[in-house]
Design a protein around this ligand. Structure first.
Ligand code: GRF
Length: 199
């Protein structure tokens, strides 16, 4: 199966996926890395791994749907079967979600449905929860809402700062994201309403 990874920033999750593909843990090929940010470090990671990259500037498009249409055109050309959002800081349009229904995954740094949005670590810390952790979920038309594939609990320590908590959450992200992708590629994920069963 061919995978596309969409990133906007550092790309540490992309790196974990690249490593997992290299090791043969994920039996698939990363056919394309797409970014909406030409300066994303994720692009350097992709280039080092000799993976094709595509940079699209949202400002060059009339709107979200036009931008997504261009991405979908490239994904189709490559025969991509799974789209992975790894720190992609844009909401996908209904068009994109329809085109890739049940074939788009995202990683979120909090235990959904808690702390949706872009500050999952900070919000969890400020709220004072004792346990947080990453969620891998399918993407639907609502923010951080689709059916949950995997989650991992991470204890919040009394002396945690955003940085220390982020570090431990990331460590788990780098485990469960490749695992969820592997399960998808192996055809072991079955969506039943909001529940995802692992076969
Ligand atoms: C991760 O914390 C992920 O949960 C969130 O964006 C961050 C991306 O980090 N969606 P990286 O670019 O993979 O290092």
């Amino acid at each position: 199966m061919k995978i596309a990874v969409l990133c906007s920033g550092n790309g540490s999750n992309l790196q974990a996926i690249i490593d997992a593909v290299k090791k043969g843990y994920i039996p698939a090929e990363i056919a394309l890395v797409v970014s909406d940010n030409k300066d994303a470090f994720a692009l350097s990671r992709a280039k080092s791994a000799k993976i094709e990259t595509l940079v699209l500037n949202p400002k060059d498009f009339k709107g979200r749907e036009d931008f997504d249409k261009e991405i979908v055109r490239h994904l189709r050309k490559k025969g991509v079967g799974l789209v992975v959002l790894a720190g992609f800081m844009r909401l996908m349009s209904p068009y994109f979600i329809k085109e890739y229904k049940d074939r788009v995954m995202n990683i979120h740094p909090a235990l959904l449905p808690s702390f949706k949005g872009t500050c999952g670590i900070k919000d969890a810390l400020e709220y004072g929860v004792k346990v947080t952790g990453p969620t891998v979920h399918f993407v639907d038309d609502k923010l951080d809402h689709g059916a949950i594939i995997l989650q991992k609990a991470v204890e919040v320590k009394d002396d945690d700062t955003e940085e220390t908590l982020l570090e431990r959450v990331h460590k788990e992200e780098h485990r469960i994201f490749p695992e969820a992708i592997k399960l998808f590629v192996e055809g072991r994920l079955k969506i039943e309403g909001r529940r995802v069963r692992i076969g």
